[in-house]
Design a protein around this ligand. Structure first.
Ligand code: GDP
Length: 297
């Protein structure tokens, strides 16, 4: 499970703090230095760590903490609150139009991040909410992508709109929207093509799709196990294509947790969901407060 090593390190820091009656400024400084190291080792972005520690320090050296009845406990609370803030405080949901209209969601991300799987996972969640989603296979470059979406769509009981790999993604998106409108679907999820690395062509294609159909939300899928890379990808997509939120996949295999902690602060975009496994039911809503509790153990 995610964060094991960060949790273990933070727990050691806090154990030391709790064992002291009153805290001196030096005690707090030492503890925060250890927290800083633990966050850096968890692959949290350096800039984010610096700001985080500064903010905790400002609150922790305040008189209230020094003179508090249980200063160790108060420092832990400050760290907890700052972690929640770092991850965005509020839970962000996919914003849906009225059921009488079609909400268009565009999925983006690098190849292998889990985009196609996540598309089907989200369709399942929306279906459970009473929506009627249609998935559009706009990844015409990866040979197996269309078939994979069809297989997953079938598992979820959700229709997949495909036109093979000879049409342009923009045209598929347009045709899918017509199909959605004429057949009573109220959510259209576009599975777009990824690349191994960020390139201009991919960014352009996403912009072209956005220009061709009225996309309501662009969700970026990133792989938590790639740590800082995931954060960089989020920042780039945010600047170049414009994204509304992030789905962080493979958190089940991520022992460090750096991406979960840095993405919001670096890209300015909230994490909506986290992928916790390969099964189509392994997608969880992202709750910053619960995640902070999980990290602190
Ligand atoms: P795409 O190229 O971005 O469309 O990626 P895929 O959807 O094909 O996923 C790539 C691999 O990651 C597949 O083997 C998925 O089963 C796996 N995967 C996707 N999401 C998760 C997740 O949350 N946890 C785990 N453990 N594996 C995942």
């Amino acid at each position: 499970m995610a964060f094991e090593s960060l949790t273990e390190k933070l727990q050691n820091v806090f154990k030391n703090l709790r064992s002291k009656g009153r805290l001196t400024e030096a005690d707090v400084k030492t503890a925060l230095k250890e927290v800083k190291m633990a966050l850096l080792e968890a692959d949290v972005s350096f800039k984010v760590v610096k700001q985080f520690i500064k903010s905790v320090q400002e609150q922790a050296v305040g008189q209230d903490v020094m003179n508090g009845l249980n200063p160790g406990q108060m420092v832990i609370k400050i760290v907890n609150d700052e972690l929640v803030k770092l991850m965005g405080s509020e839970t962000t949901e996919i914003a849906l139009r009225l059921a009488s209209e079609v909400t268009i969601i565009m999925m983006a991300g690098l190849q292998g991040a889990g985009k196609t799987t996540t598309t089907a996972k989200i369709a399942g969640k929306l279906k459970a909410k009473g929506r009627k989603p249609l998935l559009a296979a706009c990844d015409v470059y990866r040979p197996a992508a269309i078939k994979q979406l069809q297989v997953n769509g079938e598992k979820q009981g959700v229709e997949v709109f495909a036109m093979g790999d000879k049409n342009r993604p923009v045209d598929i998106a347009k045709a899918a929207l017509v199909h959605a409108k004429t057949n009573g679907f109220n959510v259209l999820i576009l599975d777009t093509a990824g690349r191994l690395h960020i390139d201009e062509e991919m960014m352009q294609e996403l912009q072209d799709i956005k220009a061709a159909v009225p996309v309501d939300q662009t969700l970026l899928v990133v792989d938590a196990m790639t740590g800082q890379d995931a954060v960089n990808v989020a920042e780039m997509f945010s600047n170049k294509v414009g994204i509304d939120g992030v789905v962080l996949t493979k958190l089940d295999g991520d022992t460090r947790g750096g991406a979960a902690l840095s993405i919001r602060a670096v890209s300015g975009k909230p994490i909506l969901y986290v992928g916790m496994g390969e099964k189509l039911s392994d997608l969880e809503q992202f709750y910053p407060d619960r995640m902070a509790s999980r990290i602190l153990g």
